[in-house]
Design a protein around this ligand. Structure first.
Ligand code: FAQ
Length: 326
């Protein structure tokens, strides 16, 4: 037998082994088992998870910026404390998810570099400006509300570290959601000007909040694999519909009008029908052409640069303590 034939036999054996491993892997997922970082996994699975988890972590971190903008302008000490706690929680969420993604063999530095170079995305929703105090209410109610509907599904996903991080994150998001709703509640029960401010905020945040749950299913290239691997438990459109169905009655309680003339209860589907989403706006925003894309990325790059000395000092101190202890 010549060398070439031997090589072919070896390659074929390797392919058969790989196919067997992939079948066993899929069977584990189908049985509802969790995949842990040290388990064998297909390379495509690892890459998709790194993409989704790192983008999620970036979203939590960039998501601190629009609300951080209002900490010094909160209307009372209590509101300030609540907002400060919420923004700190978002930092924590980013850190849990970065840690989870690191177990897949990518470093935090690489992920940050991908964010800063524009290679990795972060949620479209954080590319809109926060123009009034009511926007703090709308973010908690709508943005955290949409995030919860999505993330309670991810909490059941097949990758152990992601699923466990989500359980804790969802508990905190519930507090965020309630504090946002409570801000709008207070404004809606206040003066006509305050109620107008709440309505203006809903008018600006409604459509972006619906879009943040991702493109419609037919334009969602990652969904097939992710759903097959039970990373995504439900499709973008299913989650969007659930978010709308649970949010419309909440708007009615506030006495606010959702800015969609086509929004109507469909008795047969037992769900709301809603109007056409402006997908052109969505794709512009995720491709860097939203109202605040440049500012958001610049703020993250500046934070990285300005905080470098703190990280260096912390590392030096840690090394020194370790040497002393040794
Ligand atoms: N923004 O094939 P699909 C929060 C991209 S956390 C930007 O459907 P996939 C907490 C997508 O990456 C909010 N890009 O993608 C908080 C892909 O591009 P790529 C973040 C988006 O992954 C509250 C392309 O479009 N939550 O709010 C967006 O199957 C308040 C095609 O899309 C998560 O990240 C978007 N909205 O589904 C913090 C949850 N949508 O990468 C502070 C985890 C899609 O191929 C204050 N992630 N794209 O170049 C997910 O559930 C999914 O990744 C989706 C997208 C549903 C976001």
């Amino acid at each position: 037998m010549c060398n070439f034939e031997l090589l072919l036999i070896n390659e074929k054996a390797k392919m058969e082994d790989l196919q067997k491993l992939e079948e066993e892997f899929q069977a584990r997922i189908d049985r509802g088992e969790k995949i842990e970082p040290k388990d064998w996994m297909p390379e495509r699975f690892r890459k998709q998870l790194i993409r989704m988890m790192s983008q999620h972590a970036h979203s939590e971190i960039v998501g601190m910026l629009p609300e951080g903008n209002w900490i010094t302008r909160a209307p009372s000490l209590q509101r300030k404390v609540n907002l400060l706690a919420k923004v700190q929680d978002e930092a924590g969420h980013g850190l849990y998810i970065y840690c989870g993604a690191e177990t897949l063999g990518i470093s935090r530095d690489e992920m940050i570099e991908q964010l800063h170079s524009g290679k990795a995305k972060y949620s479209s929703i954080f590319n809109y400006p926060t123009l009034s105090w009511a926007d703090m209410g709308a973010i908690g109610w709508l943005v955290d509300g949409a995030a919860i509907v999505n993330q309670t599904m991810i909490a059941k996903c097949a990758f152990g570290p992601y699923s466990r991080a989500m359980i804790r994150i969802c508990k905190e998001e519930n507090f965020h959601n309630k504090q946002g709703y409570q801000i709008l509640w207070a404004l809606c029960k206040g003066t006509p000007e305050q109620k107008e401010m709440a309505q203006d905020s809903l008018d600006r945040w409604w459509w972006p909040s619906i879009m943040m749950l991702g493109p419609t299913d037919k334009d969602s290239p990652n969904s097939k694999d992710l759903m097959n691997w039970k990373i995504k438990m439900q499709s973008n459109d299913t989650i969007r519909q659930r978010f709308i169905d649970r949010t419309v009655p909440q708007a009615e309680v506030l006495g606010l009008k959702i800015p969609d003339p086509d929004l109507k209860w469909n008795e047969e589907r037992r769900s709301y029908d809603f109007g056409e989403i402006d997908w052109e706006e969505f794709f512009n925003v995720i491709n860097g052409k939203g109202p605040m894309n440049k500012e958001r990325l610049q703020a993250r790059r500046d934070a990285e640069k300005n905080g470098r000395w703190v990280r260096e000092a912390a590392n030096t101190y840690y090394k020194k303590r370790k040497e002393q202890a040794a």
